[in-house]
Design a protein around this ligand. Sequence first.
Ligand code: NDP
Ligand code: ZN
Length: 350
Amino acid sequence: MSNTRSYAALSATTPLEPFSFDRRAPRPDDVAIEILYCGVCHSDLHFVRDDWGFSTYPVVPGHEIVGRVTAVGDKVEGFKVGEIVGVGCMVDSCRHCEACERGLEQYCLEGFTMTYGSPDRHDGTTTQGGYSDKIVVSERFVVHMPEGIDLKSAAPILCAGITTYSPLKHHGVKAGHKIGVIGMGGLGHMGVKLAKALGAEVTLFTRSQSKVAEAKHQGADHVVVSTDEAQMEAVAGTFDFMLDTIPVQHDLNPYLKALKFDGTHILVGLIEPIEPAIHSFELVFKRRVVAGSLIGGLPETQELLDFCAEHGIGCDVEVIDIQNINEAFERMQKGDVKYRFVIDMQSLKN
Ligand code: NDP
Ligand code: ZN
């Protein structure tokens, strides 16, 4: 057992505060990691506030983890002490179902083990995430950080990046496709960069006039201000795909209208239930599809890290000290982040 310093939420209504707990000693297939950086995902905020109704407390959030290997179990073959590695949203799964065998652990038929807030499959203790100085994870759920990649801007690839890349790949987005990315936050700005790198023509939909120039700088070919009805009307019937990253309930119908016939609207936000209702006419008369997508499996996460290193793609990050996490949550709630907060975990020593 090893004493771990962290920041945790003790309830849905209290700020994050310093918290100590024990990490397990490495099991034979475990990698022990000293955490260097951890990204701040909107899902961390949803979980801390119990927006989805299944949160457990205390919770140490954080699932965009980059760190250095400090120890490995006897049976670990893929990692060595000193190596720089990453851990994303999952730390275990059943490993033998159809989804796991296909490297789609996020769709594990028995349910995957979340990096925080899940029962550990061996000892039943609750998993705790990356707003901490160390973590112990089975090697199957650890990825290699490519040589030379900028670690702080790579950390959010482990969730924001893979959550946008996986559906783009699954739906075969490529040159010749027109794609709309909705919302320019952590996921959205990575969606723009990755869709562009895959060759698509990218339009960003944002509420914020102030983000128009920046979106073009990120690589968007066009920007639509979604609160402007005339701009929304002007793009009716245009897109093959929409990648919808809005974290709260919103009307999908104006975006469905913007799809071509046979177009697909891909939801990644968990906006339960979808309200207002989807108009069946928007779907049926145009054979449109509303789809969902959840993070991405381990092989695809490694593929994406290598792709980002090769193409020089990283997140635009604002590095913060852990002591400022509550202010960062408030700013994220207001959409005031460009475009991902990343915690420098050295600050835990302050
Ligand atoms: P951010 O807060 O970084 O970005 C969300 C963006 O959505 C904002 O920047 C804003 O863009 C837009 N937005 C925010 N509030 C509203 C609103 N009230 N109405 C319309 N647009 C709004 O969040 P993330 O990118 O980190 O996460 C996005 C969602 O994806 C979250 O719900 C998160 O839980 C979920 N998620 C899902 C995953 C999956 O596997 N499916 C994995 C990870 C996250 P703008 O100012 O440009 O309008
Ligand atoms: Zn996330």
